[in-house]
Design a protein around this ligand. Structure first.
Ligand SMILES: [Zn+2]
Ligand SMILES: [Zn+2]
Length: 78
């Protein structure tokens, strides 16, 4: 799934398991995957090369396509 930069609409590069980077405006983002029903952060489950998500609140397996993808700015100015 290809995500776009919220600032400049460029395609984001994968820079880690849940990290994305925009080369156009040099922004870093954390990718949060949330339950579409309760909004909890989903746990990533890997089985047989496929990725699924687990919601602890719903106690249910969620598919990649039903989850909400939320980009959070990762400010490196610490
Ligand atoms: Zn950008
Ligand atoms: Zn849930």
């Amino acid at each position: 799934m290809q995500l776009l930069c919220p600032h400049c609409q460029s395609e984001l590069n994968r820079s880690g398991e849940s990290k994305r980077h925009c080369e156009t405006c040099h922004s870093d983002f954390i990718l949060n995957i949330e339950c579409n029903e309760c909004g909890a952060i989903l746990q990533r489950l890997k089985a047989c090369g496929a990725v699924n998500f687990w919601c602890e609140d719903c106690n249910e397996l969620k598919s990649k396509s039903s989850a909400n993808y939320k980009l959070v700015a990762n400010k490196s100015s610490t």
